[in-house]
Design a protein around this ligand. Structure first.
Ligand SMILES: [Zn+2]
Length: 242
């Protein structure tokens, strides 16, 4: 039976002389493998539409837990802005690698929506650092290292918050404060917005560049220390934006 599946190609592996297997992130099935027969051949109608970072509707013979077979792809968005900019490609490459890891650890349809909405916003030239940080904050719960940005991690109060504890992944109120490093409250408020904002509703971003970079640094450190993820694409991205 032919299925129409919306998805995004996260990687491709050559198979024989003229074929390849594409790995496609989908909303319903997570990442699935699809055999694209003959797609490396010059005459193939699927040659250009089976490249990494293709976002489209995949017409396939779907087989659960096995390789599906590709019929063809209808591209939804060429993502032309991203593909013409080395910095944006580096962000896309990182988000793709990160999302693949997150999708391996959790099956949740929200992961697909977060990822695709982020990619579309970056393609619309919205601040890629902010968008990437929003995705990273939202993914923490799927990685098992959720950051509680609602109340004090010790007593549960949501009043008189003074800082955020990196070590305990939560806020600290005035009563429970000991000697933790003080983090700017404005930054905590923005982090909280990142966690709860619906990416589909963002049309512009109006944030000071200094605070954007501070938040990025905070999230970088948190990821390094708690997620156990060491992604090559992240290392490369850092060399590009620093
Ligand atoms: Zn407290």
């Amino acid at each position: 039976m032919i299925s129409k599946v919306e998805g995004f190609i996260v990687s491709e592996t050559p198979y024989g002389d003229s074929s390849k297997i594409i790995h496609v992130l989908t909303k319903e099935h997570g990442v699935i493998g699809i055999m694209a027969k003959g797609s490396k051949s010059l005459k193939s109608k699927n040659r250009a539409t089976t490249l990494k970072f293709t976002y489209g509707i995949f017409n396939i013979y779907y087989k659960e837990n096995k390789l599906s077979t590709l019929i063809d792809v209808e591209v939804i968005d060429e993502l032309a802005n991203i593909k013409n900019d080395i910095t944006l490609i580096s962000y896309l490459n990182y988000l793709t690698e990160l999302t693949t890891q997150v999708a391996k650890q959790s099956i949740d349809e929200d992961i697909y929506d977060i990822f695709i909405n982020a990619v579309l916003l970056i393609n619309k030239n919205l601040n890629p650092m902010v968008i990437t940080n929003i995705v990273e904050i939202k993914y923490l719960k799927y990685l098992g290292v959720f950051l509680n940005l609602d109340n004090c991690y010790k007593c549960g109060s949501n009043k008189d918050i003074v800082t955020i504890s990196f070590n305990y992944g939560g806020l600290i109120c005035k009563e429970c404060y000991h000697d933790e490093e003080i983090v700017d409250l404005k930054m905590i408020k923005i982090l909280r917005n990142y966690l709860y904002i619906d990416l589909a509703k963002i049309s512009k971003i109006d944030l000071d560049e200094t605070i954007v970079k501070k938040i990025n640094l905070f999230i970088d450190l948190y990821y390094e220390q708690y997620t156990g993820l060491y992604l090559q694409s992240k290392k490369f991205l850092k060399t590009i934006i620093d």
